[in-house]
Design a protein around this ligand. Structure first.
Ligand code: SF4
Length: 370
């Protein structure tokens, strides 16, 4: 019997050991008892979904929060309840300081046995002063030890996060962090500009943070893209870079506007053309897990917005296969304006943004969609 392949499963783990001053993700400090109850609720919902729909997930992504705080045993018991395709990509986000303090080789080995084959680590910077400014607990040596632990358990597919535009950062210090990624064998780097989110401690002291201005941030982004490329990391999305064939299959589902199921407090889903989400309330998820409807998804406009985040951009044959028409000629025409100043590449059948174009992607996409 053929098994239906489900595209992707995202599991949100809303636990952190403390709150970083720039972060507005839903997360809290939790007791072991709460972690157990949350794990049970996740498993209950996974079983429920599998019973209703059947099939096997092609990717599983534990995001957070800090999924590694659930510990190897709970993560493995969740994974053991997920039907997966034989080549399923299973990513677990880990915090380096948590791995150093609380994880042994045996824990990591057990997680690998349960099916984890990709680790994403919140490094943010390999420079201790910068990590400190972000309120991160691990120092460079601990990040290194965490990486060693992951590698010793046989996982070579791991990603390090790199933040740009943080206090005290310079182009030289960004290069130092990228060199650290390459030297330590990371196959993937996610590189995001620090955004000051409303309601975070950073917002309250923004003026005192000595942050680089907009022009400096643009220079940092362009320098990071160039340096990553020089170290063998090919850009495939605005903020993501990988050694060829190590792109995140799970995240490509989002940018290709394909469907996924999100489980856990604050997790979002896109299934059957509908979007829905669970509230940012862990108790509600544990007690009833009733998703809130969030309208239709997958329109042409949404597809354009997501696909133009990718280096591959918009391709007429893919647009036709999905919507029954080619890229509209007037959209190609508008895109040619941006090609003249080096922001886009345009052919008769495709539009993609350049690295410079990614810096102003929102404005370009708004113009293309007119
Ligand atoms: S560890 Fe990650 S999710 Fe947790 S508070 Fe810090 S940035 Fe946010």
């Amino acid at each position: 019997m053929m098994t239906t392949e489900l595209p992707g499963l995202y599991i949100h783990v809303p636990f952190c050991s403390s709150k970083c001053p720039y972060c507005d993700f839903y997360s809290l400090v939790a007791s072991d008892e709460l972690k157990d109850r949350y794990t049970d609720a996740l498993i209950k919902n996974i079983i429920l979904y599998n019973n209703q729909v059947g099939g096997a997930f092609s990717t599983v992504y534990f995001g957070g929060g800090t999924p590694s705080l659930l510990g190897s045993e709970r993560l493995s018991s969740i994974l053991n309840n997920v039907s997966r395709t034989p080549d399923c990509e299973v990513t677990v986000e880990c915090n380096p300081s948590d791995l150093c303090k609380n994880w042994s080789f045996k824990d990591m080995e057990a997680l690998v046995k349960a099916g984890a084959n990709r680790i994403s680590m919140g490094m943010q910077s390999a420079v201790d002063e910068e990590r400190k400014a972000l309120g991160r607990q691990a120092d460079r040596e601990q990040v290194k030890r965490a990486v060693e632990l992951v590698k010793s358990a046989g996982i070579d597919n791991f990603s390090l996060d790199l933040m740009l535009g943080i206090p005290h950062q310079t182009i030289d210090s960004i290069k130092e962090s990228i060199e650290f990624c390459a030297e330590n064998g990371a196959k993937h780097v996610s590189s995001y500009l620090l955004k000051i989110e409303q309601g975070t401690p950073f917002e309250k002291v923004e003026k005192l943070l000595n942050l680089p201005d907009e022009d400096e941030c643009c220079d940092m982004y362009l320098a990071a893209c160039k340096c990553l490329e020089e170290h063998g990391y090919k850009q495939y999305e605005i903020s993501n870079f990988a050694v060829p064939s190590y792109e995140s299959r799970h995240n490509l589902i989002y940018w290709d506007c394909r469907e996924y199921l999100g489980l856990g407090a604050s997790a979002h889903s896109f299934i059957g053309g509908k979007r829905f989400y669970f509230e940012r309330d862990i108790n509600k998820f544990i007690e009833e897990a009733q998703p809130i409807q969030d309208g239709e998804g997958g329109s042409f406009e949404e597809y354009v917005m997501l696909r133009l985040r990718l280096n591959e951009g918009l391709q007429s044959d893919q647009v036709r296969a999905r919507f029954g028409f080619d890229i509209p000629p007037e959209m190609l025409e508008r895109a040619r304006k941006f090609e003249k100043n080096g922001m886009a590449k345009v052919t008769e059948t495709s539009i993609s943004l350049t690295t410079e174009g990614f810096l102003v992607s929102n404005a370009i996409i708004a113009n293309l969609l007119n």
